[in-house]
Design a protein around this ligand. Structure first.
Ligand code: ATP
Length: 194
């Protein structure tokens, strides 16, 4: 069976960039966020439950997920966010398990922002954390998404602090410099896993 490596990092840490490098080195990556975005549109059971929880407006007239509406509904309502996650996370888990069954490489990667928060590292052989200084991450996300400093900070404040993640991670990539350095660190870590 393949060894599953969890790949995580906070907003703007560079985890997706690292995941792309990993693919370039020939290893498959499961992108949990991307898959979740597909699942909320494709999984009829999930769609039904979300509509029950948040209302018909959760989907537009074409049946497409209304991300903005849902985000606004749950942003400052912990209970509602929890209930929404209780619908989405198990569906992603099942989707991941199916994906794993199709893999043949000895190392496979699961990219997820919530590796430690959801204790998904328990099901991984090793965990890799991508981290960078808060101000660097903020600047990168502002440039990438055109978001304001405050908007990025608001997301960051809701995530598990970096110092806690650093304690939990088996391997750490410090992404404070450039992409060349990031790629080198990624390569070293992948080929050091045994
Ligand atoms: P999110 O959780 O917000 O999706 P992420 O952890 O997946 O973020 P990326 O999207 O990989 O982060 O990186 C954030 C932005 O910073 C991207 O635009 C990426 O190209 C850029 N970036 C990442 N690492 C570096 C680096 N070392 N040098 C320059 N730019 C970088």
């Amino acid at each position: 069976a393949s060894k599953i490596i969890g790949l995580t990092g906070g907003i703007g840490s560079g985890k997706t960039t690292v995941a792309k490098f990993i693919e370039e080195f020939g290893f498959p990556v499961y992108y949990s966020d991307d898959r979740a975005k597909t699942i909320v549109n494709d999984n009829e059971d999930v769609k039904l439950k979300i509509k029950e929880l948040l209302g018909e407006e959760s989907y537009d007239e074409k049946g497409l997920y209304n991300r903005k509406f849902v985000a606004e509904k749950v942003f400052n309502d912990k209970d509602l966010l929890h209930s929404l996650n209780e619908i989405i996370h198990p569906a992603v888990r099942i989707d991941f398990e199916n994906w794993v069954k199709q893999q043949t490489k000895y190392l496979i990667f699961k990219e997820t922002a919530l590796l430690f928060e959801l204790k998904l590292n328990k099901d991984c052989y090793k965990s890799v954390l991508v981290t960078a200084e808060d101000n660097i991450r903020t600047k990168r996300v502002m440039d990438r998404d055109g978001k304001t400093y405050r908007e990025v900070e608001a997301v960051m404040e809701k995530q598990m602090p970096e110092k806690d993640k650093i304690k939990l991670a088996d391997c750490i990539i410090y992404n404070n410099t450039n992409l060349e350095d990031l790629k080198e660190q990624t390569e070293r870590i992948i080929f050091d896993i045994e």
